[in-house]
Design a protein around this ligand. Structure first.
Ligand SMILES: [Zn+2]
Length: 266
């Protein structure tokens, strides 16, 4: 089997399948032998990404990389796989940059969101009262990221606890450890609607860890919130404000939803 990948100790998908010996990715202690047999790719469990088994001084150490199997899929399958992993909210297909209404007060937020979507800006914090268009922009960023064929993950922060708990469910795609690892390392993480519920100790600790990790590794992050920095966890507030590759935009615009409801009438 031709080994056209370099540096990584990957086996090619064909090689793995031929041997019938499915290496387990890291952090997969909960995956049973039965579950493993159901995957087409034993390396990445059909996720399309994995953590390469490389020495700690290798540039890819601890980072997610695209799995070898991805080259066996066509464009459509690849797109569907990344879309599933991203977990965008149901019914949010129309929330793109094209459908965003750039009204007075939203220009800076729109431009900064575009910059993140196109890889020109790493961190973006959008602050405003509810329904000012933040979530629309956050979702649009994730969608554009997927169009660029880069993995992204959208998280509605109020649901983070449930999201992570799903990891314990036997039918879940990932174990809790895998899920949290993915949140830490995915190319783009969107934390939408960081609010008061994020102050419960367990969620707070998880969020602190996520934000801290992504800061230290300079991994793209988008946060939307209706909290002020004073209302947030001190560690998160400090990171969002001080990270050298980040930007904070405070949106001062009228309610986005009301505007949209009225628009068709004119
Ligand atoms: Zn794979």
């Amino acid at each position: 089997m031709q080994q056209n990948h370099k540096n990584h100790s990957f086996q090619s998908l064909g090689g793995v399948l031929a041997q019938g010996n499915f290496p387990r990715p890291k952090n997969s202690e909960t995956a049973s032998a039965n579950r493993l047999a159901e995957y087409n790719c034993g390396l990445c469990h059909d996720r399309g990404w994995l953590v390469p088994d490389v020495p700690f001084d290798h540039p890819d150490f601890g980072r997610l990389v695209r799995c070898e199997c991805m080259k066996y899929f066509d464009e459509q399958e690849r797109r569907e796989r990344f879309l599933r992993l991203c977990r965008l909210p149901r019914g949010s297909e129309a929330r793109t940059f094209d459908t965003f209404e750039i009204r007075p007060g939203l220009e800076e937020a729109y431009q900064a969101a575009l910059d993140v979507a196109e890889g020109k800006l790493k961190w973006l914090t959008l602050m405003s009262e509810v329904d000012r268009g933040k979530s629309h922009l956050a979702i649009a960023i994730a969608r554009r990221w997927l169009e660029r064929k880069r993995p992204a993950r959208y998280v509605a922060v109020p649901e983070l606890l449930d999201e992570l708990r799903k990891g314990y469910h036997p039918d879940a795609d990932m174990s809790y450890d895998e899920e949290f690892y993915f949140l830490k390392n995915v190319d783009l993480l969107v934390l939408d609607d960081l609010g008061m519920e994020a102050t419960t100790p367990w969620v707070k600790e998880k969020l602190d860890t996520l934000v801290n990790y992504r800061s230290e590794n300079a991994l793209p992050l988008v946060v939307t919130t209706n909290l002020s920095f004073e209302q947030m966890s001190e560690r998160i507030a400090s990171r969002l404000q001080r990270v050298p590759f980040g930007k904070v935009v405070v949106i001062d615009a009228p309610e986005y939803r009301i505007f949209h409801r009225r628009k068709p009438k004119k």
